[in-house]
Design a protein around this ligand. Structure first.
Ligand code: NAP
Length: 262
């Protein structure tokens, strides 16, 4: 199937590794020109070089903290200055800290709001200004299976990612007449560094192997395993691509069947 991405411009936030990097890699494989962001320059540049080398695509790294309004504005402006537009924006950031209700004061909540909710608001604002002019574009927010399947000890994530779902659903209605699609994609357990380091710590504590610990996590998933990041990346790129031209306001679970809610 043609995803109609040749020479399109894709911006993937928080993409020096993990889900963002996998998504950027698939965009590049599909012939898009790709802009990736993250906070740490060296790792970001290495990822851009690796994707460009492997795919032959043009990959532009732009240092940007997803929780800072000025960095997001700079990211979209840089993409437009270099490539003329943004066709697909994938909004991502690191996860907010884990913990329970009594662990967080107002400052912790505010930081998480900037990271998880306001990154989505600000990125959508910047991208929509470009896309509405061209009457074309897609905005995809990376959230979590936690929006349908509440995860213990992840209060900030459970709370704020649902706000992003509400934002996306509302924007899909407001932006639809401009042919700008807005969707949410919800990863389940995926073998990124985040999950692998957790598995390493558990393996050291339990006297097992990383594979044993990943297998334990996978045992709670109907497909019986955690995902490879590229499995997430392929779903995300499809949703963001013109091949999904009649899909907006959707929440796509990429969770191996973990959520019991349709
Ligand atoms: P990861 O492997 O740790 O990668 C995180 C990426 O985001 C890195 O490139 C990191 O680079 C960047 N980043 C972190 N904070 C940032 C910020 N404030 N601004 C810009 N870039 C930032 O994480 P992941 O597993 O891919 O997770 C990505 C998102 O999906 C997180 O929100 C996570 O909670 C969520 N999620 C993951 C899973 C999973 O199983 N992996 C499941 C559900 C939801 P820098 O450090 O250089 O900025």
């Amino acid at each position: 199937m043609d995803l109609f991405l040749t020479d399109r411009v894709a911006v993937v936030m928080a993409a020096s590794k993990g889900l963002g990097a996998a998504t950027a890699r698939v965009f590049a494989q599909e012939g898009a020109r790709v802009v990736i962001s993250a906070r740490h320059q060296d790792a970001l540049r290495d990822t851009a070089d690796s994707i460009a080398r492997d795919t032959g695509a043009t990959v532009l790294p732009v240092v940007a903290d997803s929780s800072r309004a000025e960095d997001i504005a700079h990211l979209i402006q840089t993409a437009c200055a270099r490539f003329g537009t943004v066709d697909a924006l994938v909004v991502n950031a690191g996860g907010p800290p884990s913990g329970r209700f009594t662990d967080f004061d107002d400052a912790a909540w505010q930081a998480a709001i900037d990271l998880t909710l306001m990154s989505a608001v600000r990125a959508a604002r910047e991208a929509y200004a470009v896309m509405r002019e061209r009457k074309s574009g897609s905005i995809t927010f990376i959230t979590s299976v936690g929006v349908k399947h509440t995860l213990d000890n992840l209060l900030l994530s459970n709370s704020l990612r649902l706000a992003v779902v509400g934002l996306a659903k509302t924007l899909s209605r407001e932006f639809g007449p401009d042919n700008v699609r807005v969707n949410v994609i919800c990863p389940g357990y995926t073998a990124t560094d985040r999950i692998l380091s957790l598995a390493q710590a558990n393996a050291a504590r339990n006297g097992t192997t990383v594979e044993d610990e990943l297998a334990k996590v996978g045992a709670n998933v109907p497909l019986g395993r955690v995902a490879d990041p590229l499995e997430f990346g392929r779903a995300c790129v499809f949703l963001a691509s013109p091949a999904a031209s009649y899909i907006t306001g959707a929440a796509l679970m990429v969770d191996g069947g973990m959520s019991r809610i349709v």
